[in-house]
Design a protein around this ligand. Structure first.
Ligand SMILES: NC(=O)NCCC[C@H](N)C(=O)O
Length: 395
């Protein structure tokens, strides 16, 4: 995969499941949701999203299915049990009891525990007395749920012919790494894929990674991806010869702009849709290999300029959404700039971003509008909710 906009052939999505039913007003902030979604409606919205993709010839892989399939391999099952049980939380006695219980469950049950978590009340009866069990409230989590699995963009990213498993920054998402790691290691569809980067390196999240052109990436640095993460990703891509330029782009460390793709996504090989306030403010540091194994760092200079130069084009067009600052801010919050390209000039966007979508249409971009009132409560749009696995090169 070497672009954001080549015809999309296969994508990994996650249909929201029981992990969303774990959200309450007491835990939603920690679990990175801004409100409590209506789960049935979120599933309907997600099914409609998947249908739009299938209707355009995209193969949709669902994370829960590939996880269940991967877990039928005994080595994956053992890795899944290991990922579920945290002795630092449960103590040795309860940890051992849960490990031995989960070792005996089938792939579907283990997959459900890995995604939706387990409360103390749901734990199997443990042998003997456990102080940990006695002291915890029955509704506390013995295994945390992963409601942000929905945002498959962030947990893994395909670059060239390799897949990078992210090192996620927020505690609420860290365990996602283990699930993606075992899917890519043991699912027959993926087990031959070469890896890029390391899941246990400094934080990099897929929402911060834009494949601007073959060999050219932009990597946002902010709340999630650190400068150290961007540097070591660049080093690893250069060493594997799958990129020659990485633009490191600082973004505001804020909830509204947690990833680079919340303010900028590509809609055509030479065009992006961008939050107007970011247009003049974004800068980029250019990282390139210096020939003897180190990195050369240049800049900063304006992002649009650095991007065009690295991509070898005269100009990176910004679709002018021409919005007043208040509308722009509202639609940015609702992921108006977070589009998923299915082909050059064809994108999926949330229908609620009426103004942004109209300006995209004016610029000749086809917008396939989907409902997202419930899906959006986790603060992510169509790009966040999709991990492209196969794209054709741009013709
Ligand atoms: N690429 C993205 O911008 N993903 C959205 C992630 C939302 C999720 N609730 C999070 O805070 O990580």
């Amino acid at each position: 995969m070497d672009s954001e906009v080549g015809p999309l052939r296969a994508v990994l999505l996650h249909r929201p499941g029981n992990e969303l039913t774990r959200l309450t007003p007491r835990n939603n902030d920690k679990l990175l949701f801004d409100s409590i979604p209506w789960v049935g409606r979120a599933q309907e919205e997600h099914d409609a999203f998947a249908e739009v993709l299938r209707g355009r010839g995209v193969e949709v892989l669902l994370l829960a299915e590939v996880l269940r399939e991967a877990l039928t391999d005994p080595r994956a099952h053992a890795a899944g049990v290991h990922a579920a049980v945290d002795d630092r939380r449960l103590g040795e006695d309860l940890g051992d009891a849960l490990r031995s219980h989960l070792s005996g469950v089938d792939a579907a049950t283990l997959a459900e525990v890995l995604m939706a978590g387990l409360t103390f009340e749901e734990l199997p009866a443990a042998e003997g007395a456990s102080l940990v069990r006695k002291i915890h409230h029955p509704h506390d989590f013995a295994v945390d749920p992963l409601p942000n699995l929905l945002f498959t963009r962030d947990s893994s990213v395909w670059i060239g012919d390799r897949v990078a498993i992210s090192s996620l920054a927020m505690p609420a998402r860290r365990r996602e790494t283990a699930l993606l790691d075992l899917i890519y290691a043991y699912h027959p569809r993926f087990s031959h894929a070469s890896r890029a980067y390391g899941a246990h390196s400094a934080p990099v999240e897929g929402g911060d990674v834009l494949l601007l052109a073959p060999g050219v990436l932009a990597v946002g640095i902010g709340e999630r991806t650190t400068a150290a993460g961007a540097e070591s990703l660049a080093r690893s891509l250069f060493a594997d010869d799958i990129a020659h330029t990485v633009l490191a782009v600082p973004i505001a460390q804020a909830r509204a702009t947690m990833h680079l793709d919340t303010v900028c996504t590509m809609v055509a090989p030479d065009a992006v849709v961008m939050y107007p306030l970011a247009r003049d403010e974004l800068v980029a540091f250019t990282l390139r290999p210096d020939g003897d194994g180190s990195l050369r760092v240049d800049g900063p200079e304006p992002f649009l300029h650095a991007a065009a130069e690295a991509m070898g084009i005269e100009k990176l067009r910004v679709i002018d959404t021409g919005l007043d600052p208040v509308t722009a801010e509202r639609e940015q919050w609702d992921d108006g700039n977070n589009t998923l390209a299915l082909a050059p000039g064809v994108v999926v966007g949330y229908e609620r971003n009426v103004e942004t979508n109209a300006r995209l249409a004016d610029a000749g971009i086809e917008v396939l509008a989907i409902a997202g009132s419930e899906l959006g409560s986790g603060r992510g749009g169509p790009r966040c909710m999709s991990c492209p696995v196969v794209r054709d090169p741009i013709g």
